[in-house]
Design a binder for this molecule. Structure first.
Ligand code: MG
Length: 166
């Protein structure tokens, strides 16, 4: 059996691991109700034994602690080792600065990292510019063939995609 190609798998937060449906302008941890995206927990549980898992977010109102609290409320927190957030890095995912910090913290080469998210620009094209493999989570099947990139419509689809991409 070959070893997996990747060491670290990163997920976007809003719209990828957790629903963004909630009050605007306050951290998700303070929302009356929070919800994990369908299949998120099973996907993280399946990947966690093989990869180091992290979260990469442009969230403007939530810092690390608030993100951890929100993840806790939907039982996703135990799977996430690293949190990379706009509030700490000071740059958004669209900037090389963000990914440089990610790679430095993970002590990883770009080809050892994969990113999954629902924003083509922030989660797919931006990490790709830095040499990071990226997967578009596209549950609504929007413009599916516009980009020549791997596309998944449900989160569990990423498990065979990443474990077979040896
Ligand atoms: Mg998102």
């Amino acid at each position: 059996m070959t070893s997996p190609r990747f060491r670290c798998i990163l997920f976007d937060w809003g719209g990828t691991l957790m629903s963004e449906d909630g009050p605007e302008g306050i951290p998700m941890s303070d929302w009356p109700e929070v919800r994990a995206i369908e299949g998120a927990r099973a996907t993280l549980a399946a990947l966690a034994p093989k990869f180091r898992l992290g979260l990469a977010t442009n969230a403007a109102y939530s810092g690390r602690e608030a993100i951890e609290q929100a993840l806790d409320r939907v039982a996703l927190r135990p799977y996430i080792t690293d949190i990379f957030c706009f509030r700490e890095i000071g740059g958004r995912k669209e900037t090389p600065q963000f990914w440089a910090q990610v790679l430095k913290t993970l002590d990883a080469k770009p080809h050892e990292v994969a990113m999954i998210g629902d924003s083509p620009e922030q989660d797919v094209l931006a990490p790709r510019r830095e040499g990071i493999f990226s997967v578009w989570f596209n549950p609504q099947d929007r413009n599916a063939n516009v980009y020549e990139i791997p596309v998944i419509r449900s989160l569990p689809e990423v498990v065979p995609l990443l474990t077979q991409a040896a």
